[in-house]
Design a protein. Structure first.
Length: 118
């Protein structure tokens, strides 16, 4: 994406070049100078509109990304909570500590509540 400032400079330069080519062969009168200035002014105005559009689109994109990030965070927390609940159910404990899953597997295999085919 070309930054609005660069677009403005390029568009103004292009407008000057085009108007120079169109009216450059004619003697410079006040009327021709006024037409030339009007063309450059309109090009600059449309560049401002492009800049405004660019900023609006940028803001909407950032807003959508922030909203989506919030939704993903909510989903992530929900999945994390579900995994913790399943682990606690499997281990029979209220809170997980390192080694609890291994101990629960050994206990279940030893008491034949669980086999490796499961």
């Amino acid at each position: 994406v070309i930054p609005p400032a660069d677009i403005k400079e390029n568009q103004a330069a292009l407008s000057l070049n085009i108007t120079d080519n169109l009216v450059g062969r004619l003697p410079m009168t006040n009327e021709i100078a006024q037409i030339k200035n009007t063309i450059v002014e309109r090009a600059t105005t449309s560049t401002k509109e492009i800049g405004t559009l660019y900023r609006n689109l940028d803001q909407k994109a950032k807003s959508s990304l922030t909203e989506m990030t919030g939704e993903l965070e909510h989903i992530s927390l929900r999945i994390d909570s579900q995994i913790k609940d399943k682990i606690n159910t499997f281990t029979g404990k209220d809170e997980y500590k390192v080694g609890d899953i291994t101990k629960a597997i050994i206990k279940k295999v030893a008491t034949e509540e669980y086999n490796f085919a499961d």
